[in-house]
Design a protein around this ligand. Structure first.
Ligand SMILES: Cc1ncc(C[n+]2csc(CCOP(=O)(O)OP(=O)(O)O)c2C)c(N)n1
Ligand SMILES: [Mg+2]
Length: 358
């Protein structure tokens, strides 16, 4: 009697304070009456580095008592939090770097996979998972969460990287990518990993699923939104345009498509295989509100996501101009890296270019 035990979940940049060998969340026991500030001190986290502390969805103050058996998430300060982070994009940039590192490492460990399309979507996924999406740590099926459907299912390694960096799956598990029995299949499997919203990978289907979700949210009077990441090659599939046309009719303003316009698909450039242009005009013709951004500019992505719906009563599409293989010079704009695993020397070179620690 007398002790209080909470489960601590540390956000990415605070992970260095995690006890060695422990997974997230890890237990912390303190004397009865302990408050949030005591937990932060016990972990050795400088007060200025612990910006936001939350229990489930509720924000805690340093003086808030710790409640036995609850989970406490500790995040670094947000922009303007007074700890020297100049902008939200500046906070997110190192996270994007870590996600690239995870992608490269896990595909190397798997011996196969699609690095190019994960690296082109890195800033998009970083901005969504670490800023825009309304989510509840530790609770993948929270009813009011924003949904994210990775329609280009072969790009799921970047989603696994984000989930690991958020502490929702162990970083060590990333090495099981594409292994038999792993939760981290080469294409997402919601049955074994509820953090992904749909089983995708057969290209062209995700926007239809996302549209159904968005209409369900509206029917239920929900506040949650649905974000759907499409590949540009994928957008050649007829079903994408069936979904786009239906969305133009039913007008879910809570549906946001993001098109990873990296200009390359499996066996050629999009323009030579089956040109999508004039792409923005096509979406407008289907009654979507359109915005084009540099898909590696985190400020631009955050601003675009914050501005949705771009027009009241319309679905929105963000056409994100990106570079396939972004961040690794020998992968950038090279068709070969659509589907290929690095060897040991290529891994080492890629990590240096990404700026990974080792
Ligand atoms: C229906 C279907 N046909 C073919 C494939 C094989 N395939 C996997 S990735 C890919 C190319 C996708 O290109 P794009 O949408 O541009 O993806 P990204 O450049 O973002 O990797 C293809 C054809 C598939 N997964 N599903
Ligand atoms: Mg592409």
């Amino acid at each position: 009697m007398g002790d209080v035990t909470v489960k601590i979940r540390l956000f990415a940049s605070l992970r260095r304070f995690q006890p060695k060998g422990s997974d997230a969340p890890f237990p912390l026991t303190l004397p009865a009456g302990a408050v949030v500030a005591d937990a932060i001190a016990a972990l050795g986290i400088p007060v200025k580095s612990a910006g936001i502390v939350a229990c489930n969805d509720v924000r805690l103050e340093p003086t808030s008592p710790l409640v036995d058996g609850t989970e406490v998430s500790i995040f670094p300060p947000l922009a303007g939090g007074g700890a020297g982070v100049a902008s939200e994009a500046e906070r997110l940039r190192p996270i994007a770097r870590r996600l690239r590192e995870h992608v490269i490492r896990m595909i190397t460990a798997a011996g196969s996979g699609h690095p190019g399309g994960s690296l082109s979507a890195t800033e998009i996924v970083t901005a969504l998972f670490f800023h825009t999406l309304r989510r509840r740590p530790g609770d993948p099926t929270w009813a009011d969460r924003d949904r994210f459907v990775v329609s280009k299912g072969h790009g799921v390694p970047i989603v696994y990287a984000a989930l690991a960096e958020l502490g929702e799956i162990p970083v060590a598990e990333l090495a099981s990518l594409r292994k038999l029995g792993s939760r981290l299949q080469g294409h997402p499997d919601r049955v074994v990993l509820p953090w992904v919203e749909a089983a995708t990978g057969s290209l062209g289907q995700g926007l239809s699923i996302a549209l159904g979700m968005a209409l369900a949210s509206r029917l239920d009077g929900g506040q949650w939104r649905v974000f759907c990441l499409l590949g540009d090659g994928e957008t050649q599939a007829g079903q994408v345009w069936e979904a786009a046309m239906a969305a133009g009719k039913y007008k879910p303003a809570n549906l946001i498509a993001i098109l990873d316009y990296n200009k390359i698909q499996s066996f050629g450039t999009v323009s030579e295989v089956l040109d999508l242009e004039p792409l923005a005009d096509k979406w407008r013709a289907f009654r979507w509100a359109v915005r084009e951004v540099d898909g590696h500019d985190i400020d631009a992505l955050l601003a675009a996501f914050a501005a949705t719906p771009f027009e009241p009563g319309h679905p929105s599409v963000v056409i994100a101009h990106t570079v396939k293989g972004k961040g690794v010079s020998f992968m950038e704009n090279d068709l070969a890296w659509h589907y290929k695993a690095p060897d040991a020397a290529q891994l080492a070179r890629a990590l240096v270019e990404i700026g990974a620690a080792e």
